[in-house]
Design a protein around this ligand. Structure first.
Ligand SMILES: *[C@@H]1O[C@H](CO)[C@@H](O)[C@H](O)[C@H]1NC(C)=O
Ligand SMILES: *[C@@H]1O[C@H](CO)[C@@H](O)[C@H](O)[C@H]1NC(C)=O
Ligand SMILES: CC(=O)N[C@H]1CO[C@H](CO)[C@@H](O)[C@@H]1O
Length: 489
């Protein structure tokens, strides 16, 4: 059969879908080119009026719908916030956010008590907004944590809305976007952790990641021994390390192609900026509908557990910039089924080259930090099964929510009862051994029936634990990996 050099690994069917994808992307490029010249706001308003005629009794919109940045959202809830900049060792300038405490609480001055610190990190092509934009206050994790007495920090990966800067590279240059998951794990995560520890004066922090936010931490912890000592507990929401792929055949065909083809289709810089154009152009109801269709097409998610009201607010905060190289890296991971470094070798028919080539893996079994996993039964991207099975040593807490898909871990209506209460419990139990402070007991008000307190020792009777927690992370139960012997005390 006739085979084309780079696309040689594709069957004719896959080749067809790839061509369709190319045409689709080309058409989008053309549309966005023209949209660039026309007044987007006017068209958007026109379209809105069109839809309003259809919806007679329109509900008043939540004020958060109109807010386009993190600061406004925090202000809306009446909390204090700070902005900090982390300069990574390779020169990227990351904008990170901090909620230092409860509303109207004195957060300045030398008398400020040391609080336990928690760092939240968003997923792929997102920003820290995804944690803040939830319209139902009971489900806003940063606020819950701030109320409970934590010093809450939110990270932003390089290239996204809040980290769109580099000391010397410019965002229109290809080299600005020359980063994959490796750089997130090697620079963004450890450098942010170091910055926060220096700023707060504590020796350890707790980390809560969502999706790619978990993947980058798994990579960082398995390749950096020092970091293991600086993270007290790592809470992984919807962990994704080796996702099994997409629902759509077109996209699966893209996975099989070589990086060259993806770079050809998507360019070498920011990925899918078109999403922002659609977001500005379409009335919010249409945009929500469009995104629902896309999520169903790509991943088979039905998003039934996220209310329409939550979608109207949250979907507007779903997309932020990332690099095409990160997409390519994810595709490589999906194709090989292994959590590995970005593979620089062009994958082609040249099997000769491959025998002399190995792609390094991130060995998650080496991780010493305590890990808690929260995963969904309906989540097509979840890698919890592999992680629990053999990729991790005993996690300290595992909970499966059978009806949850990926995004439910951010925005589901019953998030508080199913996930957040448990997260608070895990953080309280494992996340505060800073040697300096523990969250004040009375401050944690979870609206759930709490067991009677006996001499202040009630922690172990807390409700809703799906798997018994092994008695504090006992190091003797761990089979030490030879590489790490003696390095971690
Ligand atoms: C490992 O992590 C530590 C702590 O965050 C950081 O200071 C150090 O630079 C990292 N090392 C490497 C090689 O990335
Ligand atoms: C690693 O440490 C364990 C326990 O301290 C010890 O039994 C084992 O022999 C060590 N392995 C190596 C390769 O040093
Ligand atoms: C409350 C609610 O709508 N729950 C739904 C969550 O999603 C599952 C399937 O994905 C549905 O069966 C539930 O009804």
């Amino acid at each position: 059969m006739f085979r084309i050099p780079i696309l040689g690994r594709l069957s004719f069917m896959e080749y067809q879908s790839l061509v369709l994808t190319a045409i689709f992307i080309l058409v989008e490029r053309i549309i966005s080119f023209f949209i660039f010249f026309i007044p987007v706001r006017r068209i958007s308003r026109m379209l809105s009026r069109l839809t309003e005629n259809h919806l007679h009794e329109e509900e008043p919109k939540h004020p958060l719908v109109e807010m386009s940045c993190f600061n406004d959202m925090v202000e809306y809830w009446g909390y204090a916030m700070e902005e900090h900049t982390v300069v990574t060792r390779d020169g990227y300038v990351l904008g990170i956010h901090r909620l230092p405490g409860r509303p109207n609480e004195a957060t300045e001055g030398p008398n400020r008590p040391k609080q336990p610190v928690v760092l939240l990190w968003h997923g792929f092509m997102m920003s820290s907004e995804v944690f803040m934009c939830v319209p139902d206050k009971a489900n806003v994790l940063p606020l819950l944590l701030a109320d409970a007495g934590y010093d809450v920090w939110l990270g932003n990966s390089r290239g996204n809305k809040y980290s769109y800067r580099h000391l010397t590279r410019r965002t229109w240059q290809n080299k600005f976007w020359d980063f994959s998951l490796d750089e997130l794990a090697m620079f963004d995560v450890p450098d942010t952790v170091d910055y926060i520890l220096a700023a707060t004066g504590v020796s350890q922090l707790a980390y809560v990641g969502f999706s790619q936010g978990t993947c980058q931490m798994f990579c960082a912890l398995s390749s950096n021994v020092t970091l293991n000592r600086k993270v007290s507990v790592f809470v992984a929401l919807a962990p994704a390390t080796t996702p099994r792929g997409f629902d759509s055949d077109v996209v699966n065909a893209m996975i099989k192609t070589s990086p060259q083809v993806l770079y050809l289709l998507l360019g070498r810089r920011e990925a899918l900026t078109i999403a922002l154009t659609w977001q500005d152009l379409l009335p919010v109801e249409w945009y929500v509908g469009l995104l629902d269709v896309c999520l169903d097409f790509l991943f088979g998610w039905k998003t039934r557990n996220i209310s329409q009201a939550a979608k109207t607010v949250c979907y507007k905060h779903l997309y932020s910039f990332s690099s095409v190289k990160t997409i390519v890296h994810w595709m490589q991971i999906i194709r090989t089924g292994k959590l590995q470094f970005y593979d620089e070798l062009p994958v082609g028919p040249s099997t000769m080259l491959r025998s002399g080539h190995i792609c390094h893996r991130y060995l998650t079994r080496q991780i010493q930090t305590r890990i808690a996993l929260f995963h969904g039964g309906q989540d097509s991207l979840s890698s919890a099964k592999q992680l629990i099975g053999k990729e991790l040593r005993s996690p300290v807490h595992i909970k499966e929510i059978p009806h949850y898909e990926h995004l439910d871990f951010l925005w589901a209506d019953d998030l508080r009862e199913t996930v957040l209460n448990d997260v608070m419990y895990v953080l309280k139990k494992f996340g505060s051994d800073t040697g300096n402070a523990a969250p004040q007991d009375d401050a944690i008000d979870l609206d759930t029936p709490r067991p009677e307190r006996v001499n202040g020792q009630n922690q172990d009777q807390y409700p809703v634990i799906s798997k018994p927690i092994p008695n504090d992370h006992d190091p003797s139960q761990i089979d030490h990996c030879p590489e790490l012997n003696g390095t971690v005390s």
